[in-house]
Design a binder for this molecule. Sequence first.
Ligand code: ATP
Length: 247
Amino acid sequence: MTTTPLLRLDGLTKSFGKVTVARDLTLSVGPGEALGIVGPNGAGKSSLFAMISGDLRPDGGTVWLDGREITRVPPHVRTRAGIGRTHQVPRPFEHLTVFENVLVCGHQGAALKGRRAWGHAMEVLDRTGLASLANIPAGRLTLLQRKRLEVARAMGTRPRLLLLDEVAGGLTEPEVLELVGVVRRLHADGLGIVWIEHVVHALVKTVGRMVCLAGGAVVADDAPLRVLADAKVRELYLGVMTEEDAS
Ligand SMILES: Nc1ncnc2c1ncn2[C@@H]1O[C@H](COP(=O)(O)OP(=O)(O)OP(=O)(O)O)[C@@H](O)[C@H]1O
């Protein structure tokens, strides 16, 4: 029996003038799967998220969620359908509290109201380790706390698919490990996760599968350690010359 993928991208193409960010890109994510995405700067990783979330329209190809085509569905409808995303640069409502930031996402992204909305926001703060900061204005948070809040705001919309865009960037090593703990717990609860990250060891600790993108195309798609050992990936992404190149 085949399972319908949670997310399926079929033959996506997208260019900005001469820059190609998606080149006949086909990729699936299973229900509850955790997929890591690596690739050099400019590979098209964030553009891919924008095409999944609906912020960027592909030139060609299709996007599917749970077997339903959503290529032309607007972003807010995709959010309600179960796609939650974070942004590289967290932009919370600075003057609202941590709790209020998550509450707003539940109202807007999941149509939650009244006590259900409050209860959900508190549960999300618990799951993301922010409960003790619930009444602090977001503008007073540290970088790690802001990154956690970015995850919490995405979780506030009650996603089935969580898109994480470089949430470990700029954190200290112990902070990265704390964040890995948060994401691992969310995944253990059954959430489908796609995580773009340059902090590769955070991905290795969290995901079961890794894709390397370059020039808008999939260069490797395998278990994380196999991808990182792939000669093409090492040359492209890690800047390590292959023995052949070096000779
Ligand atoms: N709206 C846009 N208009 C024009 N060019 C764009 C636009 N968005 C992205 N690009 C270009 O497309 C390329 C891919 O960008 P993208 O942000 O998707 O890459 P990335 O893999 O996420 O890179 P990074 O690891 O640096 O975040 C870059 O050269 C970028 O300048």
